[in-house]
Design a protein around this ligand. Structure first.
Ligand code: ADP
Ligand code: NA
Length: 333
């Protein structure tokens, strides 16, 4: 059996959102100190699958790292690093490109959503992205991958790739089949203007997302303008099943306050949006403001962030290099 080990990452492709915080970072922090090795990456090789201005990429890489640190990830307890500094990711990624099947990649819904009608105009990297993600995870023999709901299919693909490698090369135990860990009330935070889409850093309008660095007035304004329905909050969570925008705001409230949506409704049943939205904004500000203040402080000292990422890369390489060499050996290289 493989030692339990946690791996996950975030793309530096724009500012961090409340979706990244609740669906990923906050849950990364919760894994620390639970007896498992924890490895959190800034996945810049994934970011460039769509165009990134070079200076913006450098800045966004530091911002994701600052978001990790300011939220409570501790370099003494977790390995924090930037993907492109550990070349083993790209190397294993190539080998796994030769294991993954085109038919499997063609089933990836995120590519279809991102490419839309313009699949022919997308980079080859965007298409191959899930097999590089498999390499990110398998390079550390990670067993647990905390992610938002949108990444579930990619972790399942990682299991398929691992199983095929183990089978084809007759090394049944070599790569563990990692488990997606998708927990809590905010595994899919929705766009504030369109409750059918997820909140994303690459969305079109700034009003559709809360950024981790938004100030108090901006957060209040965005929640105030968030699309809802005219009904007050119901008594039971089931009654929100056909009300995606309302359910999203209740889920966000629950995740921010570390409770369950049912408990939020126990407090707010019968309340209108004029009451609930300001309470939600106040709660969000109370949780995010200290983090964004700390992020801003860190962003004034980029050398310190780079230093932490550099040390993290060295520690990541200590785990990754022997696994990569063993993989080459298995393949006959
Ligand atoms: P984005 O989709 O914002 O570009 P990434 O693709 O870098 O973010 O995802 C980083 C992590 O954040 C993943 O685990 C992803 O599932 C999670 N995540 C992103 N958006 C959301 C969201 N709206 N709700 C919950 N989790 C999310
Ligand atoms: Na995503």
């Amino acid at each position: 059996a493989h030692t339990p080990r946690v791996f996950s990452g975030i793309k530096p492709s724009g500012g961090l959102t409340l979706g990244n915080y609740l669906g990923a970072i906050k849950r990364f922090v919760a894994t620390q100190g639970q007896g498992m090795e924890t490895i959190y990456c800034v996945v810049d090789l994934h970011a460039i699958t769509v165009w990134q201005d070079p200076a913006d990429l450098t800045n966004a890489t530091r911002e994701v790292a600052a978001g990790y640190l300011a939220s409570g990830l501790d370099p003494a307890q977790s390995i924090l690093f930037n993907q492109s500094q550990v070349s083993a990711h790209a190397e294993l990624g190539w080998i796994l490109n030769c294991v993954a099947r085109l038919g499997w990649m063609n089933r990836m819904t995120q590519f279809k959503e991102k490419a839309g009608k313009n699949a022919e105009k997308q980079s080859l990297g965007l298409y191959a992205y899930p097999s590089l993600m498999a390499a990110d995870i398998l390079l550390y023999h990670a067993t647990h991958v905390p992610v938002g709901e949108d990444q579930k299919q990619h972790v399942e693909l990682t299991r398929d790739i691992a199983a095929k490698f183990n089978h084809d090369y007759k090394v049944p135990e070599f790569f563990p089949l990692p488990e997606p860990v998708i927990e809590g009330p905010a595994t899919r935070v929705m766009n504030l203007r369109d409750g059918t889409k997820k909140m994303s850093k690459s969305g079109e309008s700034d009003m559709e997302r809360i950024n981790m660095t938004d100030d108090a007035d901006t957060i209040a304004k965005k929640f105030k303008k968030a699309r809802t329905d005219p009904e007050p909050l119901p008594e039971t969570y089931d009654e929100l099943s056909e009300r995606p925008e309302a359910r999203n705001l209740v889920d966000i409230f629950a995740a921010l306050s570390d409770t369950k949506p049912e408990e939020v409704l126990a407090d707010y049943a019968g309340a209108g949006w004029g009451q609930f939205k300001p309470a939600l904004a106040e709660l969000a500000v109370s949780k995010l403001a200290p983090i964004s203040v700390e992020m801003a402080r860190m962003m004034n000292d980029p050398a310190e962030i780079d230093n932490i990422l550099g040390k993290g890369a060295d520690r990541a390489m200590e785990i990754a290099t022997p696994i990569l060499h063993r993989t080459y050996d298995i393949v006959g290289m």
